[in-house]
Design a protein around this ligand. Structure first.
Ligand SMILES: [Zn+2]
Length: 93
């Protein structure tokens, strides 16, 4: 009996994200079924534009960093494309 049968498509392992991003990413499913990783940006010092409402996300404001979990471009590219959202605007939180 072979051990460790085939593991099909396991959940993507978070890379070295806790170091890169400051927070531990969670995987979450949006209302439309897409999956994202979400992490609270720790110590965000820059101002970003929220993709949800188009307004500024300023340091100290309640915000999350979100990127696609199953990007066709691969996990590394997906992380590069992460965006800062207001917590209330994010597709997942
Ligand atoms: Zn917003």
């Amino acid at each position: 009996m072979p051990r460790g049968s085939r593991r099909s498509k396991r959940t993507v392992q978070p890379l070295d994200l806790s170091r890169a991003l400051g927070g531990q990413p969670r995987r979450a499913v949006a209302a439309d079924g897409r999956e994202f990783f979400v992490t609270p940006p720790v110590g965000a010092r820059k101002t970003y534009v929220c993709p949800g409402c188009g307004r500024a996300v300023v340091p100290g404001q309640s915000q999350v960093t979100v990127w696609e979990a199953d990007s066709l471009l691969g996990p590394d590219a997906a992380i590069e494309l992460r965006r800062h959202w207001h917590t209330a605007c994010a597709p997942v939180r």
